[in-house]
Design a protein around this ligand. Structure first.
Ligand code: 6PG
Length: 469
Protein backbone atom coordinates (compact mmCIF):
# COMPACT_ATOMS: atom_id res chain seq x y z
CA UNK A 1 0.00 0.00 0.00
CA UNK A 2 1.10 3.56 -0.62
CA UNK A 3 2.31 5.64 2.32
CA UNK A 4 0.03 8.29 3.77
CA UNK A 5 2.76 10.85 4.15
CA UNK A 6 6.49 11.20 3.44
CA UNK A 7 9.42 12.69 5.30
CA UNK A 8 12.79 13.87 4.01
CA UNK A 9 15.75 14.34 6.37
CA UNK A 10 16.48 11.61 8.88
CA UNK A 11 18.63 13.59 11.31
CA UNK A 12 17.70 13.30 14.99
CA UNK A 13 14.62 15.53 14.76
CA UNK A 14 13.44 14.15 11.41
CA UNK A 15 14.05 10.54 12.41
CA UNK A 16 12.17 10.98 15.66
CA UNK A 17 9.27 12.70 13.94
CA UNK A 18 9.06 9.82 11.43
CA UNK A 19 9.01 7.25 14.27
CA UNK A 20 6.33 9.27 16.05
CA UNK A 21 4.18 9.29 12.88
CA UNK A 22 4.72 5.54 12.42
CA UNK A 23 3.87 4.83 16.04
CA UNK A 24 0.60 6.68 15.62
CA UNK A 25 -0.36 4.18 12.95
CA UNK A 26 0.44 6.04 9.75
CA UNK A 27 2.41 4.44 6.95
CA UNK A 28 5.27 6.85 6.22
CA UNK A 29 7.74 7.06 3.33
CA UNK A 30 11.23 8.14 4.37
CA UNK A 31 14.18 9.50 2.43
CA UNK A 32 17.60 10.89 3.24
CA UNK A 33 20.20 12.41 0.91
CA UNK A 34 22.77 9.89 2.13
CA UNK A 35 21.21 6.47 1.64
CA UNK A 36 23.35 4.89 4.38
CA UNK A 37 21.53 7.02 6.94
CA UNK A 38 18.18 5.66 5.75
CA UNK A 39 19.48 2.11 6.11
CA UNK A 40 20.74 2.75 9.65
CA UNK A 41 17.47 4.41 10.54
CA UNK A 42 15.38 1.44 9.36
CA UNK A 43 17.72 -1.01 11.07
CA UNK A 44 17.18 0.75 14.41
CA UNK A 45 13.41 1.23 14.02
CA UNK A 46 12.50 -2.21 15.46
CA UNK A 47 8.78 -3.04 15.23
CA UNK A 48 8.00 0.33 13.74
CA UNK A 49 9.91 -0.56 10.56
CA UNK A 50 6.74 -2.22 9.23
CA UNK A 51 5.21 1.27 9.01
CA UNK A 52 8.24 2.79 7.30
CA UNK A 53 8.70 2.81 3.52
CA UNK A 54 12.34 3.64 2.72
CA UNK A 55 13.67 4.74 -0.67
CA UNK A 56 17.14 5.50 -1.90
CA UNK A 57 15.99 7.51 -4.93
CA UNK A 58 13.88 10.64 -4.66
CA UNK A 59 11.68 9.46 -7.58
CA UNK A 60 10.92 6.18 -5.79
CA UNK A 61 10.22 8.04 -2.57
CA UNK A 62 7.69 10.31 -4.29
CA UNK A 63 6.09 7.34 -6.05
CA UNK A 64 5.64 5.53 -2.73
CA UNK A 65 3.27 8.19 -1.32
CA UNK A 66 -0.44 8.26 -2.05
CA UNK A 67 -1.86 11.20 -3.97
CA UNK A 68 -2.33 14.07 -3.23
CA UNK A 69 1.07 13.64 -1.62
CA UNK A 70 2.16 15.33 1.58
CA UNK A 71 5.90 15.52 2.25
CA UNK A 72 7.48 16.84 5.43
CA UNK A 73 10.94 18.41 5.11
CA UNK A 74 13.20 18.16 8.14
CA UNK A 75 16.37 19.51 6.60
CA UNK A 76 18.55 22.37 7.94
CA UNK A 77 16.80 25.73 7.66
CA UNK A 78 17.95 27.99 4.82
CA UNK A 79 19.31 27.03 1.40
CA UNK A 80 18.85 23.28 1.97
CA UNK A 81 15.07 23.81 2.10
CA UNK A 82 15.04 25.69 -1.21
CA UNK A 83 17.29 23.07 -2.82
CA UNK A 84 14.99 20.29 -1.64
CA UNK A 85 11.89 22.06 -2.93
CA UNK A 86 13.62 22.57 -6.31
CA UNK A 87 14.49 18.87 -6.48
CA UNK A 88 10.93 17.85 -5.62
CA UNK A 89 9.03 20.31 -7.80
CA UNK A 90 9.40 18.46 -11.14
CA UNK A 91 8.36 15.20 -9.46
CA UNK A 92 5.20 16.52 -7.81
CA UNK A 93 1.71 17.52 -8.99
CA UNK A 94 0.27 20.97 -8.32
CA UNK A 95 -2.10 19.52 -5.72
CA UNK A 96 0.70 17.87 -3.72
CA UNK A 97 1.96 19.46 -0.54
CA UNK A 98 5.41 20.27 0.88
CA UNK A 99 5.58 20.94 4.61
CA UNK A 100 8.69 22.64 6.00
CA UNK A 101 8.94 21.56 9.63
CA UNK A 102 12.34 23.13 10.33
CA UNK A 103 13.11 26.33 12.24
CA UNK A 104 12.69 28.52 9.16
CA UNK A 105 12.86 32.28 9.14
CA UNK A 106 9.23 33.19 8.51
CA UNK A 107 10.20 35.65 5.77
CA UNK A 108 11.59 32.64 3.85
CA UNK A 109 8.32 30.82 4.49
CA UNK A 110 6.37 33.82 3.17
CA UNK A 111 8.49 33.77 0.03
CA UNK A 112 8.14 30.00 -0.42
CA UNK A 113 4.37 30.24 0.06
CA UNK A 114 4.29 32.91 -2.65
CA UNK A 115 6.40 30.77 -5.01
CA UNK A 116 4.15 27.80 -4.30
CA UNK A 117 1.07 29.86 -5.14
CA UNK A 118 2.70 30.78 -8.47
CA UNK A 119 4.18 27.47 -9.58
CA UNK A 120 3.01 24.76 -7.12
CA UNK A 121 3.04 22.42 -5.34
CA UNK A 122 1.18 23.66 -2.25
CA UNK A 123 3.29 24.68 0.74
CA UNK A 124 3.04 24.83 4.51
CA UNK A 125 5.50 26.01 7.18
CA UNK A 126 5.03 24.42 10.57
CA UNK A 127 6.88 25.24 13.76
CA UNK A 128 7.77 22.15 15.75
CA UNK A 129 8.92 22.53 19.34
CA UNK A 130 9.98 20.11 22.02
CA UNK A 131 13.48 19.11 21.06
CA UNK A 132 14.40 15.51 20.28
CA UNK A 133 12.08 14.01 22.84
CA UNK A 134 9.15 16.14 21.73
CA UNK A 135 9.64 15.09 18.12
CA UNK A 136 9.58 11.44 19.17
CA UNK A 137 6.78 11.44 21.74
CA UNK A 138 4.71 14.55 21.08
CA UNK A 139 5.79 18.05 20.10
CA UNK A 140 3.83 21.27 20.01
CA UNK A 141 3.00 22.08 16.38
CA UNK A 142 2.37 25.60 15.12
CA UNK A 143 0.79 25.34 11.69
CA UNK A 144 0.93 27.94 8.93
CA UNK A 145 0.24 28.04 5.21
CA UNK A 146 -2.74 27.09 3.09
CA UNK A 147 -5.78 26.20 5.21
CA UNK A 148 -6.85 23.45 2.79
CA UNK A 149 -3.40 21.92 3.22
CA UNK A 150 -3.87 21.85 6.99
CA UNK A 151 -7.24 20.20 6.45
CA UNK A 152 -5.45 17.45 4.50
CA UNK A 153 -2.75 16.64 7.07
CA UNK A 154 -4.05 18.23 10.29
CA UNK A 155 -5.34 14.92 11.64
CA UNK A 156 -1.85 13.39 11.36
CA UNK A 157 -0.18 16.40 12.99
CA UNK A 158 -2.76 16.47 15.77
CA UNK A 159 -2.37 12.79 16.46
CA UNK A 160 1.45 12.99 16.75
CA UNK A 161 1.39 16.17 18.86
CA UNK A 162 1.57 16.43 22.64
CA UNK A 163 -1.78 16.55 24.45
CA UNK A 164 -3.03 18.73 27.26
CA UNK A 165 -6.09 17.16 28.90
CA UNK A 166 -6.64 15.20 25.66
CA UNK A 167 -6.54 18.39 23.58
CA UNK A 168 -3.87 18.24 20.85
CA UNK A 169 -1.09 20.81 21.09
CA UNK A 170 -1.25 21.41 17.35
CA UNK A 171 -3.26 24.00 15.45
CA UNK A 172 -3.50 25.99 12.26
CA UNK A 173 -2.58 29.58 13.11
CA UNK A 174 -2.66 31.48 9.84
CA UNK A 175 -1.44 31.78 6.29
CA UNK A 176 2.05 31.70 4.78
CA UNK A 177 4.72 32.22 7.47
CA UNK A 178 2.31 32.54 10.43
CA UNK A 179 3.32 29.18 11.96
CA UNK A 180 7.02 29.89 11.68
CA UNK A 181 6.58 33.40 13.07
CA UNK A 182 4.84 31.92 16.12
CA UNK A 183 7.64 29.36 16.50
CA UNK A 184 10.18 32.17 16.30
CA UNK A 185 8.41 34.10 19.05
CA UNK A 186 8.21 30.87 21.07
CA UNK A 187 11.99 30.69 20.86
CA UNK A 188 12.36 34.38 21.73
CA UNK A 189 10.29 33.78 24.85
CA UNK A 190 12.39 30.66 25.47
CA UNK A 191 15.53 32.83 25.40
CA UNK A 192 14.08 35.35 27.89
CA UNK A 193 12.67 32.66 30.17
CA UNK A 194 16.04 30.87 30.23
CA UNK A 195 17.93 34.12 30.74
CA UNK A 196 15.80 35.23 33.71
CA UNK A 197 16.33 31.83 35.33
CA UNK A 198 20.07 32.21 34.71
CA UNK A 199 19.95 35.68 36.30
CA UNK A 200 18.40 34.49 39.57
CA UNK A 201 20.85 31.59 39.50
CA UNK A 202 23.59 34.23 39.31
CA UNK A 203 22.19 36.12 42.30
CA UNK A 204 22.10 32.90 44.33
CA UNK A 205 25.57 31.78 43.20
CA UNK A 206 27.52 35.05 43.27
CA UNK A 207 25.36 37.08 45.65
CA UNK A 208 24.34 34.51 48.24
CA UNK A 209 27.31 32.17 47.71
CA UNK A 210 25.03 29.13 47.32
CA UNK A 211 26.30 25.88 45.81
CA UNK A 212 24.90 24.42 42.59
CA UNK A 213 23.17 21.68 44.58
CA UNK A 214 21.50 24.18 46.93
CA UNK A 215 20.34 26.21 43.96
CA UNK A 216 19.00 23.03 42.37
CA UNK A 217 16.91 22.43 45.50
CA UNK A 218 15.45 25.93 45.20
CA UNK A 219 14.44 25.38 41.57
CA UNK A 220 12.97 22.02 42.48
CA UNK A 221 10.82 23.70 45.13
CA UNK A 222 9.74 26.48 42.77
CA UNK A 223 8.65 23.84 40.30
CA UNK A 224 5.88 22.90 42.73
CA UNK A 225 4.52 26.45 42.68
CA UNK A 226 3.29 29.02 40.20
CA UNK A 227 6.59 28.85 38.30
CA UNK A 228 6.03 25.18 37.43
CA UNK A 229 7.52 24.74 33.99
CA UNK A 230 9.77 22.53 31.93
CA UNK A 231 12.55 25.13 32.00
CA UNK A 232 12.52 25.46 35.81
CA UNK A 233 12.39 21.68 36.10
CA UNK A 234 15.42 21.11 33.88
CA UNK A 235 17.29 24.02 35.48
CA UNK A 236 16.93 22.18 38.80
CA UNK A 237 18.16 18.97 37.22
CA UNK A 238 21.08 20.69 35.51
CA UNK A 239 22.07 22.30 38.83
CA UNK A 240 21.90 19.01 40.73
CA UNK A 241 23.83 16.88 38.27
CA UNK A 242 27.47 16.01 38.95
CA UNK A 243 30.17 15.45 36.34
CA UNK A 244 30.92 11.70 36.33
CA UNK A 245 34.61 12.38 35.61
CA UNK A 246 35.43 14.88 38.33
CA UNK A 247 32.48 14.56 40.69
CA UNK A 248 32.05 18.35 40.54
CA UNK A 249 28.67 19.92 39.77
CA UNK A 250 28.20 20.04 36.00
CA UNK A 251 27.38 23.74 36.23
CA UNK A 252 30.79 24.44 37.71
CA UNK A 253 32.58 22.97 34.72
CA UNK A 254 30.37 24.13 31.83
CA UNK A 255 32.02 27.07 30.03
CA UNK A 256 29.86 30.20 30.25
CA UNK A 257 29.76 30.90 26.53
CA UNK A 258 26.21 30.50 25.18
CA UNK A 259 25.47 29.31 21.66
CA UNK A 260 22.53 30.33 19.51
CA UNK A 261 21.15 29.21 16.19
CA UNK A 262 19.30 32.42 15.45
CA UNK A 263 15.60 32.17 16.27
CA UNK A 264 15.84 34.32 19.41
CA UNK A 265 17.73 36.92 17.45
CA UNK A 266 15.05 36.85 14.72
CA UNK A 267 12.42 37.56 17.37
CA UNK A 268 14.32 40.64 18.51
CA UNK A 269 14.85 41.78 14.91
CA UNK A 270 11.17 41.22 14.15
CA UNK A 271 10.07 43.14 17.23
CA UNK A 272 12.19 46.09 16.09
CA UNK A 273 10.88 45.84 12.52
CA UNK A 274 7.25 45.63 13.61
CA UNK A 275 7.75 48.45 16.12
CA UNK A 276 6.61 46.46 19.14
CA UNK A 277 8.45 46.33 22.48
CA UNK A 278 10.14 43.01 23.30
CA UNK A 279 12.87 44.38 25.56
CA UNK A 280 13.19 41.31 27.81
CA UNK A 281 13.74 39.12 24.75
CA UNK A 282 16.14 41.65 23.23
CA UNK A 283 18.12 41.68 26.49
CA UNK A 284 18.33 37.89 26.47
CA UNK A 285 19.73 37.91 22.94
CA UNK A 286 22.23 40.63 23.85
CA UNK A 287 23.44 38.58 26.83
CA UNK A 288 24.12 35.56 24.59
CA UNK A 289 26.15 37.84 22.33
CA UNK A 290 28.09 39.19 25.33
CA UNK A 291 28.63 35.72 26.77
CA UNK A 292 30.25 34.60 23.53
CA UNK A 293 32.93 37.29 24.01
CA UNK A 294 34.67 35.22 26.61
CA UNK A 295 38.21 36.55 26.12
CA UNK A 296 36.96 40.13 26.17
CA UNK A 297 35.20 39.44 29.49
CA UNK A 298 38.38 37.97 30.93
CA UNK A 299 40.20 41.19 30.04
CA UNK A 300 37.32 43.18 31.50
CA UNK A 301 37.65 41.45 34.85
CA UNK A 302 41.42 41.95 34.81
CA UNK A 303 40.93 45.66 34.12
CA UNK A 304 38.09 46.44 36.52
CA UNK A 305 38.35 43.69 39.09
CA UNK A 306 35.48 41.43 40.09
CA UNK A 307 32.17 43.07 40.99
CA UNK A 308 31.43 43.57 44.70
CA UNK A 309 29.14 40.63 45.09
CA UNK A 310 28.11 39.46 48.56
CA UNK A 311 24.47 40.09 49.28
CA UNK A 312 22.94 39.90 52.74
CA UNK A 313 20.17 37.31 52.69
CA UNK A 314 18.37 39.26 55.38
CA UNK A 315 18.00 42.06 52.86
CA UNK A 316 16.98 39.91 49.91
CA UNK A 317 15.42 36.49 50.42
CA UNK A 318 15.25 33.57 48.03
CA UNK A 319 11.45 34.07 48.02
CA UNK A 320 11.99 37.52 46.52
CA UNK A 321 13.81 35.90 43.61
CA UNK A 322 10.85 33.61 43.01
CA UNK A 323 8.45 36.55 43.01
CA UNK A 324 10.75 38.56 40.71
CA UNK A 325 10.84 35.67 38.29
CA UNK A 326 7.04 35.47 38.28
CA UNK A 327 6.78 39.18 37.48
CA UNK A 328 9.50 38.96 34.83
CA UNK A 329 7.82 36.00 33.23
CA UNK A 330 4.46 37.75 32.96
CA UNK A 331 6.10 40.76 31.31
CA UNK A 332 8.08 38.61 28.91
CA UNK A 333 4.95 36.76 27.75
CA UNK A 334 3.03 40.03 27.48
CA UNK A 335 5.77 41.20 25.12
CA UNK A 336 5.79 37.95 23.13
CA UNK A 337 2.02 37.85 22.68
CA UNK A 338 2.07 41.58 21.86
CA UNK A 339 4.56 40.86 19.10
CA UNK A 340 2.37 38.11 17.62
CA UNK A 341 -0.65 40.40 17.79
CA UNK A 342 1.20 43.11 15.89
CA UNK A 343 2.38 40.64 13.23
CA UNK A 344 -1.20 39.36 12.87
CA UNK A 345 -2.37 42.94 12.28
CA UNK A 346 0.34 43.81 9.81
CA UNK A 347 0.08 40.61 7.77
CA UNK A 348 -3.65 40.15 8.24
CA UNK A 349 -3.12 36.66 9.65
CA UNK A 350 -5.53 34.97 11.99
CA UNK A 351 -3.06 33.91 14.72
CA UNK A 352 -5.59 33.34 17.55
CA UNK A 353 -3.64 34.10 20.74
CA UNK A 354 -5.68 31.85 23.08
CA UNK A 355 -5.08 28.91 20.73
CA UNK A 356 -1.36 29.69 20.67
CA UNK A 357 -1.23 29.75 24.47
CA UNK A 358 -3.11 26.44 24.51
CA UNK A 359 -0.82 24.61 22.13
CA UNK A 360 2.17 25.83 24.17
CA UNK A 361 0.80 24.17 27.32
CA UNK A 362 2.50 20.90 26.49
CA UNK A 363 5.16 19.45 24.21
CA UNK A 364 7.18 22.62 23.68
CA UNK A 365 10.20 23.96 25.54
CA UNK A 366 8.31 26.83 27.21
CA UNK A 367 5.47 24.62 28.47
CA UNK A 368 4.31 25.67 31.91
CA UNK A 369 1.27 25.75 34.11
CA UNK A 370 1.13 29.55 33.78
CA UNK A 371 0.29 29.10 30.09
CA UNK A 372 -3.00 27.57 31.12
CA UNK A 373 -3.95 30.80 32.90
CA UNK A 374 -2.63 32.79 29.96
CA UNK A 375 -4.88 30.89 27.55
CA UNK A 376 -7.84 31.72 29.78
CA UNK A 377 -6.84 35.37 30.09
CA UNK A 378 -6.41 35.71 26.33
CA UNK A 379 -9.76 34.07 25.74
CA UNK A 380 -11.27 36.86 27.80
CA UNK A 381 -9.65 39.55 25.64
CA UNK A 382 -6.86 38.79 23.19
CA UNK A 383 -6.13 42.39 22.25
CA UNK A 384 -5.42 43.74 25.71
CA UNK A 385 -1.89 43.66 27.13
CA UNK A 386 -1.60 40.40 29.08
CA UNK A 387 -0.41 42.42 32.11
CA UNK A 388 -3.88 43.95 32.30
CA UNK A 389 -5.79 40.68 32.44
CA UNK A 390 -7.19 40.56 36.00
CA UNK A 391 -5.34 37.41 37.07
CA UNK A 392 -2.01 38.73 35.87
CA UNK A 393 -2.46 42.30 37.04
CA UNK A 394 -3.17 40.87 40.50
CA UNK A 395 -0.03 38.74 40.31
CA UNK A 396 2.02 41.72 39.17
CA UNK A 397 0.73 43.83 42.04
CA UNK A 398 1.85 41.09 44.44
CA UNK A 399 5.29 40.60 42.90
CA UNK A 400 6.25 44.04 41.54
CA UNK A 401 8.07 45.17 44.70
CA UNK A 402 10.15 42.00 44.73
CA UNK A 403 11.19 42.48 41.11
CA UNK A 404 12.19 46.03 42.01
CA UNK A 405 14.19 44.86 45.03
CA UNK A 406 15.97 42.12 43.13
CA UNK A 407 16.95 44.48 40.28
CA UNK A 408 18.04 47.21 42.71
CA UNK A 409 20.12 44.98 44.99
CA UNK A 410 21.62 43.15 42.04
CA UNK A 411 22.67 46.49 40.51
CA UNK A 412 24.25 47.65 43.77
CA UNK A 413 26.27 44.46 44.00
CA UNK A 414 27.37 44.31 40.39
CA UNK A 415 25.26 41.26 39.57
CA UNK A 416 23.91 41.59 36.03
CA UNK A 417 20.15 41.02 35.65
CA UNK A 418 19.50 42.51 32.20
CA UNK A 419 16.32 40.62 31.29
CA UNK A 420 14.74 41.20 34.70
CA UNK A 421 15.64 44.90 34.57
CA UNK A 422 14.27 45.18 31.04
CA UNK A 423 11.06 43.62 32.33
CA UNK A 424 10.94 46.08 35.23
CA UNK A 425 11.53 49.10 32.97
CA UNK A 426 8.81 47.91 30.61
CA UNK A 427 6.45 47.55 33.54
CA UNK A 428 7.32 51.01 34.84
CA UNK A 429 6.86 52.63 31.45
CA UNK A 430 3.62 50.81 30.66
CA UNK A 431 2.10 51.80 33.97
CA UNK A 432 2.98 55.49 33.54
CA UNK A 433 0.55 57.68 31.65
CA UNK A 434 2.87 60.69 31.45
CA UNK A 435 6.20 59.44 30.08
CA UNK A 436 9.27 61.46 29.16
CA UNK A 437 8.80 61.22 25.40
CA UNK A 438 7.62 64.85 25.44
CA UNK A 439 11.33 65.67 25.79
CA UNK A 440 12.15 63.52 22.75
CA UNK A 441 9.46 65.30 20.75
CA UNK A 442 10.79 68.68 21.88
CA UNK A 443 14.30 67.69 20.80
CA UNK A 444 13.06 66.36 17.44
CA UNK A 445 11.14 69.50 16.74
CA UNK A 446 14.07 71.69 17.81
CA UNK A 447 16.63 70.15 15.49
CA UNK A 448 14.43 68.93 12.65
CA UNK A 449 11.06 70.73 12.84
CA UNK A 450 9.44 67.29 13.03
CA UNK A 451 6.35 68.64 14.78
CA UNK A 452 4.48 67.37 17.83
CA UNK A 453 1.00 66.95 19.24
CA UNK A 454 -0.13 69.03 22.25
CA UNK A 455 -1.83 67.85 25.41
CA UNK A 456 -4.18 70.84 25.36
CA UNK A 457 -5.27 71.00 21.70
CA UNK A 458 -6.37 68.56 19.00
CA UNK A 459 -4.35 68.08 15.84
CA UNK A 460 -0.70 67.51 15.03
CA UNK A 461 2.27 69.27 13.44
CA UNK A 462 2.67 71.89 16.16
CA UNK A 463 6.08 73.54 16.54
CA UNK A 464 7.88 75.15 19.45
CA UNK A 465 9.06 78.76 19.53
CA UNK A 466 12.71 77.62 19.37
CA UNK A 467 15.27 80.32 18.71
CA UNK A 468 17.66 79.40 15.88
CA UNK A 469 21.42 79.53 16.35
C1 6PG B 1 12.35 23.93 20.52
C2 6PG B 1 13.70 24.57 20.60
C3 6PG B 1 14.51 24.20 19.40
C4 6PG B 1 15.99 24.40 19.56
C5 6PG B 1 16.38 25.84 19.52
C6 6PG B 1 17.61 26.15 20.33
O1 6PG B 1 11.38 24.67 20.57
O2 6PG B 1 12.29 22.71 20.43
O3 6PG B 1 13.55 25.96 20.66
O4 6PG B 1 13.95 24.86 18.30
O5 6PG B 1 16.46 23.76 20.67
O6 6PG B 1 16.62 26.11 18.17
O7 6PG B 1 17.94 27.42 19.97
P1 6PG B 1 19.36 28.04 20.16
O8 6PG B 1 20.38 27.10 19.59
O9 6PG B 1 19.26 29.32 19.37
O10 6PG B 1 19.51 28.24 21.63
Amino acid sequence: ALAEIGLIGLGTMGGNLALNIAENGFQIAVFNRTAAKTEQFIAKAGDLSSKLVPSTKLEDFVASIKSPRAIILMVPAGDAVDAQIEALRPLLDAGDLIIDAGNANYHDTNRRAQEAAECGPRFMGIGVSGGEEGARFGPSIMGGGAKDAWDQVGHILESISAKHDDEPCAAFLGEAGAGHLVKTVHNGIEYADMQMIAEVYGVMRDGFGMSAGEIGDVFEKWNDGILQSYLIEISGKVAKTADPETGKPMLDIILDKAGQKGTGRWTAIEALMLGTPASAIEAAVAVRNMSARYEERQKGEAAFGPAPSKLDRNVLAVEALEAALIAGKIVCYAQGFGLILEAARQYDWDMPLPVIAKIWRNGCIIRSSMLNDMAEALEGDATRNLMLAPLFSEKLKETETHLRQVVAHAALHGLPVPALSAALSYFDIMRTERSTANMLQGQRDFFGAHGFERTDKDGSGFHGPWAMG
